[in-house]
Design a protein around this ligand. Structure first.
Ligand code: FMN
Length: 243
């Protein structure tokens, strides 16, 4: 591990999203431990408006197969990854909790996402104009990047953004807990577009909706895992004073 456990800054900054995993299984004990660590987060009136569906083994494989086949269906439907998803959702009327992924980015945010795409594809030696290679890279989301476990995070609809905030705090503690054990993770908005498929596998109240997935497993040594996404400086997000 390339961090000092007694040094928070080096620990927290050494976490990076993992996008290629070994098939080594993750034990149920470890999954429970990291969920318990996730639950040390603060929560809106301690309501804990978050539920987790743990997909592993057959369930994980069925969901990956279903996602990959849906992805295959929409390939070529329209240009652009998100356009394709939108096309199939419209055509088939599939339920989703994640329409945001199909919409263009607001101008306030578009520069950072463009830079992210440029840096990421350059790191994995994919030409930004090579749509086939970009699609293949995106499709790896639907194999959960080879991770043996996918966690699907559901939030209670009634608290709106505060449920999402609770989920974010929970997820980050869980992700850091996994990191402290040598496990890799990647949050995945990509898997939130087909909520109906996840509902077929788990008993989930209609009061909850799917926020995103998190893949979990032991990182491989593949180059994609050494990608270091740009991190903004504090001054880039601290608001100026009026006077
Ligand atoms: C809610 C959420 C959804 C995300 N969805 C995806 C995704 O679908 N696929 C993916 O490869 N990365 C996804 N990411 C990972 C981000 O791209 C990544 O966190 C960001 O680029 C910063 O890089 P780092 O995590 O390595 O610091 C997601 C992150 C968050 C917080």
């Amino acid at each position: 591990m390339d961090f000092e456990t007694n040094d928070f800054q080096s620990f927290v900054s050494s976490r990076r999203s993992t996008r290629d995993f070994l098939s080594t299984p993750v034990s149920d004990e470890i999954i429970e431990e990291i969920i318990a660590d996730g639950l040390t987060s603060p929560s809106w009136s301690n309501t804990r408006p978050v539920r987790v569906a743990v997909a592993k083994g057959d369930v994980r494989d069925r969901l990956s197969k279903e996602f990959l086949s849906r992805w295959e269906e929409i390939k070529g439907a329209r240009d652009g990854i998100f356009g394709k998803i939108k096309a199939v959702l419209k055509r088939k009327g599939l339920p989703t909790s994640n329409w945001i992924i199909t919409r263009p980015y607001h101008k306030d945010l578009v520069e950072r996402t463009k830079n992210q795409g440029r840096d990421f594809f350059s790191h994995i030696d994919v030409d930004r104009d090579d749509k086939k290679a970009r699609d293949e890279s995106w499709a790896r989301n639907y194999d959960f990047f080879g991770a043996p476990v996918e966690l699907f995070i559901f939030t209670h609809k009634s608290l709106g953004k505060y449920s999402a905030s609770d989920a974010g705090l929970f997820m980050q503690n869980l992700i850091l807990s996994a990191h402290s054990k040598g496990l890799g993770t990647c949050p995945q908005g990509a898997v939130a577009v087909w909520e109906d498929a996840v509902r077929k596998e788990f008993d989930i109240s209609k009061n909850y909706s799917l926020l995103c997935g998190i893949c979990l497993g032991y990182p491989s040594g593949e180059k994609v895992n050494s990608f270091k996404a740009n991190r903004p400086k504090p001054s880039e997000i601290i608001l100026p004073k009026r006077h």
